[in-house]
Design a protein. Structure first.
Length: 95
């Protein structure tokens, strides 16, 4: 049986995009712990109380240092409260 993660209590599951390895000009690799935490990603699952504001598939921007990072089936995710989502990307018609 396949498993999935279903957030509860107004939380949202967001897939974190993998960041490329960063090096300084001198060739020093910057460790993950020294990097700023990613602040955007794709909504994968939503609790029932959060479905009015966002939808699965939305790309969102969330607060720094928010939520709990997890790894599930080899992918990195973060579970954040819906109130910590600051904005979502929307498509607009060009004028």
């Amino acid at each position: 049986m396949k498993k999935k993660i279903q957030p509860i209590n107004n939380y949202v599951l967001i897939k974190i995009e993998e960041e490329k390895e960063e090096k300084t000009e001198g060739g020093i690799i910057i460790p993950e712990s020294a990097k700023e935490k990613p602040k955007e990603g794709e909504v994968i699952a939503i609790s029932s109380g959060a479905q009015e504001q966002i939808a699965i598939g939305d790309r969102v921007i969330y607060k720094d240092f928010s939520g709990t990072e997890i790894t599930f089936e080899g992918e990195k995710y973060i579970i954040v409260p819906v109130d910590d989502i600051l904005a979502k990307y929307v498509e607009v018609d060009e004028i």
